[in-house]
Design a protein around this ligand. Structure first.
Ligand code: FAD
Ligand code: UDP
Length: 364
């Protein structure tokens, strides 16, 4: 056996594991089925603009060690995500904060806003929310739910908000200050020079074979290494023997305009159901680059089918039952399953890094 570790997937989980194991003196081979490294955080330099090819990525964490860790590879800028929501011709600030409440109801003080929200939430009084719709109403009330949540959520997930788990919406903050920062974390930014540079730095000195699908050459690649870390879809690994796990997929429509500023913000959400896309991203605003042109991406959620890119796991009860069966199978396999596809988990980047570091820290 030539290698101590074979890592399947050059996304963030695979790259952190590879880096840490290489640092410990292990001989590592990384396989990647795409033609590039980085997984979904891959960015591509297009005439000076870092284009987030698989959706906008903003790094945020409250964990200082993780922040220092990523900054040890590349410098991060101080980008703060403050998206806007467009609904029937009107713009609203996100996340839900005093600016949003003022735009919706004309309330100017936190006391007025709280009173309004209390009134709006009263239909859920005393009830435990059991789905996303109820969770949203009990958090911010019906007006915000109808204008800023329902349409977006049902487009995003392709399911009724009453059929979706409540936890999806719990990540969104509700604030009684005039603060448009989408995240409540201490540290936030985007790597200067793009995420691909971050991953390339992690993989520095490590053998990477791209354009190689582990599952189609499993016998050969398995024979090369003592241990395997697999970061692809867990159901695919087991040939879908318990059925397919469901995902939401996305279609990205990239367009170049010969203007220096198209929409004035990195992210604008389209929250009404009549508009088929959920977000419009203008990439240059992530790092305020000065170019005469701009690149804009419209994000269309689509139903996932075999062969499509799996983006968001659909962690409802039905899928979690199937996932548990795969997790049981995984216990008998001499392979480590990690990352958002192998763990079928809605993971942010800082969580993926933490999980990879936890896994590698005890390896001598
Ligand atoms: P992946 O990036 O999916 O990497 C897995 C890799 O394995 C892929 O490159 C894949 O090609 C490869 N692979 C799979 N099967 C095989 C095989 N059989 N053989 C070889 N290679 C294989 N997180 C944030 O913190 N902030 C954000 O703003 C943010 N925005 C997001 C926006 C979108 C649209 C999406 C979908 C996710 C977002 N995330 C965000 C989450 C972030 O993308 C993930 O946490 C992170 O990319 C997960 O890394 P991973 O290595 O687990 O998975
Ligand atoms: N959401 C919404 N309206 C918005 C933005 C988000 O209703 O304008 C809901 C939607 O259900 C989404 C969830 O909040 O799936 C989480 O949003 P987030 O921006 O964290 O999603 P991600 O960036 O992971 O796609």
């Amino acid at each position: 056996m030539q290698y101590d570790y074979l890592i399947v997937g050059a996304g963030l989980f695979g790259a952190v594991c590879a880096h840490e194991l290489h640092k410990k003196g292990k001989c590592v081979l990384v396989l990647e089925k795409r033609e590039h490294v980085g997984g979904n955080i891959y960015t591509e330099n297009q005439d000076g603009i870092q284009v987030h090819k698989y959706g906008a990525h903003i790094f945020h964490t409250s964990d200082r060690d993780i922040w220092n860790y990523v900054n040890s590879f590349v410098e991060f800028n101080r980008f703060t995500n403050s998206p806007l929501a467009l609904h029937q011709g009107k713009l609203y600030n996100l996340p839900f904060n005093m600016n949003t409440f003022y735009q919706l109801w004309g309330v100017k003080t936190p006391a007025e806003a709280m009173a309004k929200i209390e009134e709006q939430r009263s239909e859920m009084a005393g009830k435990e929310p059991v789905n996303l719709e109820e969770q949203a109403i009990s958090l911010v009330g019906r007006d915000i739910y109808e204008k800023l949540i329902k349409g977006y959520t049902e487009k995003q997930w392709g399911r009724k908000a009453t059929e979706l788990p409540a936890f999806i919406i719990r990540r969104l903050p509700v604030r009684f200050t005039f603060d448009n920062n989408y995240f409540s974390d201490k540290y936030q930014g985007v790597p200067i020079g793009g995420y691909t540079k971050l991953v390339e730095k992690m993989l520095d000195g490590i053998e990477v074979r791209s354009g190689q699908d582990y599952l189609t050459q499993r016998g050969y690649y398995r024979s090369l290494a003592k241990k395997v870390i697999y970061t692809g879809p867990i159901d695919e690994y087991f040939n879908y023997c318990h059925g397919q796990l469901e995902y939401r997929s996305l279609r990205f429509e990239h367009e170049r305009f010969e203007v220096d500023n198209y929409q004035g913000n990195a992210v604008i959400n389209y929250t009404e159901s009549e508009v088929p896309f959920t977000r419009v991203i203008e990439h240059k605003h992530f790092d305020s680059v000065d170019t005469p042109h701009t690149i804009v991406t419209r994000e269309y959620p689509t139903e996932w089918k075999l062969g499509d890119e799996p983006y968001y796991p659909v962690n409802d009860d039905k899928n979690m039952e199937v996932f548990k069966k795969y997790r049981e199978l995984a216990k008998n396999e001499d392979v480590i399953f990690g990352g958002r596809l192998a763990e079928y988990k809605y993971y942010d980047m800082h969580q993926v890094i933490r999980s990879a570091l936890n896994y590698t820290k005890d390896i001598v």
